[in-house]
Design a protein around this ligand. Structure first.
Ligand code: ISE
Length: 334
């Protein structure tokens, strides 16, 4: 039987998830699009062939004709809606972040542990991006030897809102790096410091972070939310025997007038389309079998990202290096 999925939130990410469920997930039915703004839900439903629209997320989660849920509503709703899915015993693919509040991440973990099984997969889709998959493999199969350093750039064309701050670069954008670097290196962060250069205008300046891992590696992350020229994510993993770097994903190169150029994506939805598709395919299998995806992000990973992000935001304000202090990993998430 086809798995009936509800998408909660009909904004940019909800519309994208709905498109993936409708076009790229054989075995899934796009049952409901839910948004507080019913017109917005209707527009996404019309574009994707979803069967129904609604505006009350809690009621949608409880519906008997819903088997699994994708949460792509505003960040502050992620933890409460994940908790509702756990209570209703419905698998949920929750967009990142699980919460920016560490205590809310802990509540979700506690509810999952009490229920006896995992229900929450978190939308840190970069784990499914081929470049990071190959970086991880270069470590696990020994190709580049033991990891020493990882360099990371994360550049957006511009911020979604003019009141975006340096702290938000750390709590909203950088969690992608926090999660995927933990995954690639297979370790936890031990400390973080964060700095900003001065810009000549009013928009938020880049944030540069340096992190140490528990295994003695050094990681640097630049988040530049106003890079102006394109969506550009880069990473290079340096090992003791070699290095592996991500290429810009471009199918063509134009050579003209003594110059050569490739194009950048405008944002993450096209750059990571394949990663989202793979992630959601893994979620479908999880919802069908109850077996948590091998490389998927869990509520524990959401907790870790929130701890690093909150510590990083404090390090930026205080202008100092701070230790990243996390609880011991519960056996349940081992
Ligand atoms: C943004 O905050 C996101 O959530 C996207 O997933 C990410 O790829 C983008 O670069 C961030 O700025």
């Amino acid at each position: 039987m086809s798995l009936r999925i509800a998408v909660i939130g009909a904004g940019l990410m909800g519309a994208d998830h709905a498109k993936i469920v409708a076009n790229d997930l054989p075995g899934a039915t796009l049952q409901v699009i839910c948004d507080m703004d019913t017109n917005r839900a209707r527009a996404v439903a019309d574009a994707t062939g979803a069967l129904d629209v609604a505006n009350d997320p809690q009621a949608v989660i409880a519906r008997a004709d819903i088997d699994a849920v994708i949460v792509a509503s505003p960040d502050f709703t992620h933890a409460p809606l994940s908790l509702a899915c756990i209570a209703a015993q419905k698998p949920v693919m929750c967009e990142k972040p699980l919460s920016q509040k560490v205590e809310e991440c802990e509540q979700v973990m506690q509810a999952e542990i009490a229920s006896g099984r995992k229900w929450v997969q978190l939308g840190f889709m970069r784990r499914y991006d081929q470049a990071y998959v190959e970086m991880r493999r270069a470590l696990t199969d020994g190709t580049i030897g033991r990891a020493l350093m990882m360099h990371n750039f994360h550049r957006n064309v511009e911020t979604p809102a003019s009141d975006f701050t340096g702290a938000m670069a750390i709590t909203n954008s950088a969690p992608h790096e926090f999660d995927v670097i933990r995954y690639v290196l297979g370790t936890e962060f031990a400390s973080i410091s964060a700095w900003q250069p001065k810009r000549s205008d009013a928009v938020v300046a880049p944030v540069v972070m340096v992190l140490e891992t528990a295994d003695g590696q050094i990681v640097n992350i630049e988040v530049n939310n106003n890079a102006a020229y394109g969506y550009d994510v880069r990473a290079e993993l340096v090992g003791e025997k070699g290095a592996i770097a991500m290429n810009n994903v471009a199918y063509t190169r134009t050579d003209i007038k003594l110059a050569s150029s490739t194009a950048y994506d405008a944002d993450w939805r096209t750059r990571y389309y394949e990663a989202y598709r793979r992630q959601n395919t893994a979620f479908l299998k999880f919802a069908q079998t109850g077996v948590f995806p091998e490389i998927g992000s869990s509520a524990w990973d959401g907790y870790c990202a929130a701890v690093v992000a909150n510590t990083g935001a404090r390090a930026l304000t205080e202008g100092t290096k701070l230790p990243v202090t996390m609880m011991a990993k519960p056996e349940f998430y081992a």
